[in-house]
Design a protein around this ligand. Structure first.
Ligand SMILES: NC(=O)c1ccc[n+]([C@@H]2O[C@H](COP(=O)([O-])OP(=O)(O)OC[C@H]3O[C@@H](n4cnc5c(N)ncnc54)[C@H](OP(=O)(O)O)[C@@H]3O)[C@@H](O)[C@H]2O)c1
Length: 183
C-alpha cells in the first residue's frame, strides 16, 4: 500500500508542478482494482469508493483499510484483505480526480492523465504465480508495455482519453457501469 498507493500519490504531488502543457501522465494500476471493486467489497463500501471527490477522500479510504487490517476487522466488515488490489483501486479512482484537477489548472493546457493495467505480465512480481492465475494468458513485458506506452505517446492534439482506466488500449469504467473485464 505504501509503495503502490501512497508512494504514487507523493510522487505525483512532487512532480505535477514540473509537467508542461500537453504532458502525458500514466499511473500504473491493475485489473485487480476491478476484481476488488466487483468481488471483494460490499455495496456500502463500493458506494463509498464511487463517491470519492478529492484525492484526500481516496487516501482516507486507503488509510481506513489499513486501520481495519491492523485491528483484523476486515472479514467482519466484509472488506477485502487484498491490499494490492485495494491500493490499485485507489490508483484508478485517484487518477480520475487528478485528471479533473489538472484540467482545471489555467496555467497549463492539454495534459492527459490516465491509469492502466499492463495485463498479466511475466515480471519479477508475477514470476512465482502460475500462468493462468487470473484466468488470462500471461504476456511478455513487450506486450505489457503496449498500453502504458500508447498512453504516454498520445499525440499533442488529442483530448481523450483523460482520467480513464485502460486495459489493452480499451477504456473500462467499471465503477459506474456493469462492464466486465478479463485480464
Ligand atoms: N506484472 C503484472 O502482471 C502486473 C499486472 C498489473 C499491474 N502491474 C503493475 O505494473 C507495475 C510494474 O510491475 P512489474 O510487474 O514490472 O513488477 P516488478 O518486476 O516486481 O517491478 C517492480 C518495481 O517496483 C520497484 N519497487 C518495489 N517496491 C518499491 C518501493 N517500496 N519503493 C520503490 N520502488 C519499489 C522495484 O524495484 P527493485 O527492482 O529495486 O526492487 C521494481 O523496479 C507495478 O505498478 C505493478 O503493480 C503489473
Amino acid at each position: 500500500m505504501n509503495a503502490n498507493f501512497f508512494g504514487l500519490l507523493n510522487v505525483c504531488r512532487s512532480l505535477f508542478p514540473l509537467v508542461r502543457s500537453c504532458g502525458r501522465i500514466v499511473n500504473m494500476a491493475s485489473t485487480t482494482g476491478y476484481m476488488v471493486f466487483r468481488g471483494q467489497i460490499n455495496d456500502d463500501v463500493r458506494n463509498r469508493f464511487r463517491q470519492v471527490k478529492e484525492e484526500q477522500d481516496v487516501a482516507d479510504l486507503m488509510t481506513e483499510f489499513l486501520e481495519c487490517c491492523k485491528t483484523e476487522c476486515n472479514t467482519e466488515r466484509k472488506r477485502c484483505e487484498w491490499s494490492y488490489g485495494v491500493g490499485k483501486l485507489g490508483v484508478i479512482l485517484l487518477s480520475r480526480i487528478q485528471a479533473d484537477r489538472i484540467s482545471q489548472d489555467d496555467s497549463k493546457h492539454g495534459i492527459l492523465l490516465n491509469s492502466c493495467c499492463p495485463g498479466f505480465v511475466l515480471t519479477d512480481m508475477t514470476s512465482d504465480l502460475p500462468d493462468n492465475n487470473f484466468g488470462g494468458i500471461r504476456v511478455s513485458t513487450v506486450e505489457g508495455a503496449d498500453t502504458p506506452v500508447f498512453l504516454a505517446l498520445l499525440p499533442s492534439k488529442v483530448t481523450e482519453p483523460n482520467g480513464k482506466f485502460l486495459l489493452r488500449r480499451k477504456e473500462y469504467d467499471f465503477v459506474n457501469t456493469d462492464v466486465l473485464m478479463q485480464i
